[in-house]
Ligand binder design. Structure first.
Ligand code: ZN
Length: 125
């Protein structure tokens, strides 16, 4: 005997399964986002479609100071507006907007990478 509750449960499982399958695919179809990684850990992910300023703050390894990177998202691009690092390579790097492009601040171990952007090859693997 198949009870009504079993059918409902089956539909729920099916729906959840579909959602889990579909969500990662639709995510790659979204607008590009910039993923900020600090010292190998994700600091935050921000859509390029929204203008904002992201202050990336972290303590120096000896704990006596603060390292700072200021990432600006504007007009669908992002760039490092200022940084406390000594070489300023990240600041001198031009704006990035395409998937896979990165701005790296080696002294501060900050990586800003463009992810998403809806390229079909992401979906097919
Ligand atoms: Zn830097």
């Amino acid at each position: 005997m198949i009870k009504k509750a079993d059918i409902i449960l089956f539909i729920i499982i099916l729906a959840v399964g579909l959602a889990v399958t579909v969500l990662p695919l639709t995510r790659t179809l979204n607008d590009p986002e910039v993923k900020v990684t600090v010292n190998g850990e994700t600091y935050g992910v921000y859509p390029l479609s929204e203008d904002r300023t992201v202050e990336i703050l972290q303590s120096t390894s000896d704990g006596t100071g603060t390292m700072k990177n200021v990432l600006v998202i504007r007009d669908g691009k992002c760039f490092m507006e200022s940084a406390s690092c000594h070489n300023q390579i990240c600041v001198n790097h031009g704006p990035i907007s395409g998937r896979g492009q990165v701005i790296v601040c080696l002294p501060n171990k900050v990586v800003c990478e463009i992810v998403g952007g809806g390229d079909v090859d992401v979906v097919s693997g």
